[in-house]
Structure formats: C-alpha cells, structure tokens
Design a protein around this ligand. Sequence first.
Ligand code: SF4
Length: 257
Amino acid sequence: MSAISLYARATAGYEARVAATLQILREAAAAHPGSIVLATSLGAEDQVLTDLIVRHRLPIAIGTLETGALHEQTAALIGRTEAHYAGIADGGLKIEVYRPQAEAVVEFVRKNGERAMYQSIDLRKACCGIRKLEPLARMLAGRTAWVTGLRREQSDARGVVAAIGTDDQGRVKVNALVDWTWADVWHYIATNGVPYNPLHDEFMPSIGCAPCTRAIAVGEPFRAGRWWWEDEKAKECGLHVSQAPADASAVSALPPC
Ligand code: SF4
C-alpha cells in the first residue's frame, strides 16, 4: 500500500497552511538574498518544500547531506528530484551535495567498527558529528538563514517548535511547515506529483541513514524507527538540538534529519 493511499487527506485549513508556508518562504528569501538554503533530508516534508521553492521560483538554494550511509533509494532521490524539476527550475535544479570528510569516516570506522552507533550514544553522536554535523556546517557557512521541514506533530520534542527561530550560531532557522499535518504533507505530494522516497511506502515515515532507520509498526510514534535502540530523549542527530526560538513561548526545536 502506498504512502499516498495511506496518508493523503484534504483537511480543513490545508489551503491556508500552504499559503502561509509560501508567504514565510517568500519573506525569508527576501530577507536573506543569496544566503538562505533549504537543508533537505529528502524526506517527504523536504520534498514538499523543494517543490514549493522550485515551482514558485524562490531564490533559496537547496542542499543535502550525502552521509555515505544512506539507503540507495534515498541517494537516488537526489538525481530523481533534479530530473523531475529540470524543466521547471530556471536553468535546471542543482541540489548541493555535502559529503563527510573521507579520512574522518575511515578513521572512525577503523577505530570503532561499522556498527559503532549501536554500542553507545556517544559513539552514535560521534558518527552523526562526522557524517552530518561537519558537512552541515559547510552547507551553512556564509549563510544567514536555513529552511527546515520540522513539524510540531513529529514528536514531543518538536511540539513547541516555532516557525522562525535561531540556531546556536545566531543564524535564522525557518521551519516553514511547523503546523502541517502528515495528511497535509501527503495531500500536497499527491496533488502536485512530487517525487518521494519509495521507502515511505514501506512504513518508514522518518528516513535517515540506513543503519539507523527501520520501518515502524501500526500505532508506533512517527520517529519510532529512528535510533530505536536509544532512549527517546537522546533521539536527535544534533542538527536541530540547540535552536533558540524567536518565540519566547517556544522552548527548543529538533528534525527530519
Ligand atoms: S544516523 Fe546513524 S549512520 Fe547516520 S550519521 Fe548518525 S549514527 Fe551515523
């Protein structure tokens, strides 16, 4: 059964949420000319944002992290997405791809083994640091704002995320889908023909690296398939953990990373 047939639903307020997201993206692009990027995990939410950015020709760069541990379906989605939008984006869509430093990965694996992430939270975070955080820092270097597909519905930890916040470097973080539901995401994908990761059809709503992602069972939380062997509180890769919200009523925010 496909993710579209399982999840896509038109619900009250959908059109208004799409319009609000577009407005947020337009304002962010205008406020950060030439220095804003969508950090896409290639998950369903980020594919929606990619579609909005390309379809409306918004001047927002699109970058992703090729960690070297992705499922082949996820890695292939980079090229599929570029090909899909080749005729829509002016000059074609070019997704910036950031990879970890090869020597750092080789050294980490040599010292700790291929399955280090399962041994301890510290080793798992060290792996995320090498494969995700360092390349993300390069993606964000020289940029004043980044866009994410965080949604409040994704987990308790993300339940208070604000639409506009700042990260620990003082960079503006634009969480343009905060109030979208999972049904909204898939309704948008279905009605706009957005390319998506076929792993979503295999009960993987949240997709990260292959060793750290599994399918979820009926009734399990959205992110239950990510770092499933760890305590719930540890389950973030560090991409979003120290965000300071602009909205004082919000506390912190965390990712589809
Ligand atoms: S998600 Fe898993 S494989 Fe990917 S960087 Fe983090 S620990 Fe390493």
